[in-house]
Design a protein around this ligand. Structure first.
Ligand SMILES: Nc1ncnc2c1ncn2[C@@H]1O[C@H](COP(=O)(O)OP(=O)(O)OP(=O)(O)O)[C@@H](O)[C@H]1O
Ligand SMILES: [Mg+2]
Length: 266
C-alpha cells in the first residue's frame, strides 16, 4: 500500500536497524530495499550473517534497465528472503556492491522508484533504507515514488546538531516535488537526554516512531548477534511491531486522504 523511506543526517543513528526491525514486524508483505548510496551490505553481513546475494539486487536492476527491460516485473525477482515466515512475505533487495556504483545510478532511480510503487498492486509495501541525506540530497527518482519520509535521529545534542544541518536539504527537496510528501522523525533512544516531543517541536516535524534504547537487542539486528530466547516477543521487537502497525495504518490513512483530495480536484 505504500513506499516509506528512512534516512538520516550523519552519525549512524540507526536507520538500517530500524528499517530492518520494521520489515521484520510489518503487518503486510514487505520489501526492505537497501538504497544506501554509501554501500555497506549491512543487512547481509549483519543480520543475515554473510548470506550470499547470488548477484541479485540494485546492480542487477541497473543492468536490466540498461538492456531496456521494464523493472516492474523484475524487482521482486532481485530480492532474497529476510525471514522464514508463514505470514507476510519479507524480502530484501540487496544494495550496491562497490564504492562507485551509486554514481552510475542517477538515471536509474526513477525506474526503480516506479517499480517499488508498482509492488502496491501486489499488496507489497516497500521500506527504503536510503542511508544519509548527503550534501546533494536524496535521489529525486526515489522521492517521487515515496509516500512518506522518516528522518532517524538520536536524542543527543550531537545527533540533533547534525540533523539541523542536513534536514533543510531534504525539506527543500520535498518542497520542489510536484505533490506534497509527508515527512516525520523517528527518534532512536528518546530521552537521552531530549524527549521525542521536544525534538519534534524543535524541527517542526511530527515524531512518528520511537525506538527504545537497547544496544544489546539492536545488535541482533545490526550485527547478527545471537538471538536471545523469545527475542521476537520481548520489548524491543514488541515496540517495533507496534510502530510498524501504526506506521502502516498511518500511511494507508494519508493515502486515502490524498486520493479523496485528488478526486475532489478532478
Ligand atoms: N534502538 C537502538 N538502541 C541502541 N542501539 C541502537 C539502536 N538502533 C541502532 N542501534 C545501534 O546503532 C549502531 C548503528 O546502527 P545502524 O547501522 O542501523 O545505523 P545507520 O543509521 O544505518 O548507519 P549508517 O548511516 O552508517 O548506514 C549499531 O551499532 C546499532 O546496533
Ligand atoms: Mg545504514
Amino acid at each position: 500500500m505504500a513506499v516509506v523511506l528512512l534516512t538520516s543526517a550523519t552519525g549512524a543513528p540507526g536507520v538500517t536497524t530500524t528499517a530492518l526491525g520494521l520489515a521484520l514486524t510489518w503487518p503486510r508483505h514487505v520489501l526492505l530495499a537497501d538504497c544506501d548510496r554509501d554501500p555497506a551490505q549491512a543487512v547481509q553481513a549483519g543480520y543475515l550473517r554473510g548470506l550470499e546475494h547470488g548477484g541479485r539486487g540494485l546492480v542487477s536492476l541497473a543492468h536490466l534497465h540498461r538492456e531496456g527491460a521494464p523493472l516492474g516485473p523484475e524487482v521482486w525477482r532481485q530480492t532474497i528472503p529476510l525471514a522464514d515466515s508463514d505470514g507476510p512475505e519479507r524480502r530484501l533487495l540487496p544494495g550496491f556492491t562497490s564504492a562507485g556504483s551509486s554514481r552510475l545510478f542517477e538515471h536509474v532511480w526513477g525506474a526503480v522508484g516506479e517499480a517499488f510503487a508498482g509492488l502496491d498492486e501486489r499488496g507489497i509495501d516497500v521500506i527504503v533504507d536510503a542511508g544519509r541525506i548527503g550534501p546533494a540530497g536524496l535521489p529525486f527518482g526515489l522521492l517521487t515514488a515515496t509516500n512518506a519520509v522518516v528522518v532517524c535521529v538520536r536524542s543527543s545534542l550531537r545527533s540533533l546538531a547534525s540533523a539541523q544541518i542536513h534536514v533543510p536539504t531534504l525539506t527543500d527537496q520535498l518542497r520542489a516535488l510536484p505533490t506534497a510528501l509527508p515527512a516525520a522523525l523517528a527518534v532512536i533512544g528518546p530521552g537521552r537526554p531530549y524527549a521525542a516531543g521536544e525534538i519534534a517541536a524543535q524541527f517542526q516535524l511530527p515524531c512518528w516512531l520511537e525506538s527504545a534504547w537497547d544496544p544489546k537487542s539492536a545488535e541482533v539486528l545490526s550485527d547478527g548477534a545471537p538471538e536471545p530466547r523469545r527475542f521476537r516477543e520481548q520489548a524491543f521487537m514488541g515496540k517495533l511491531r507496534t510502530s510498524a502497525k501504526s506506521l502502516s495504518e498511518r500511511l494507508a490513512r494519508e493515502r486515502e486522504q490524498i486520493a479523496a483530495v485528488t478526486e475532489v480536484a478532478s
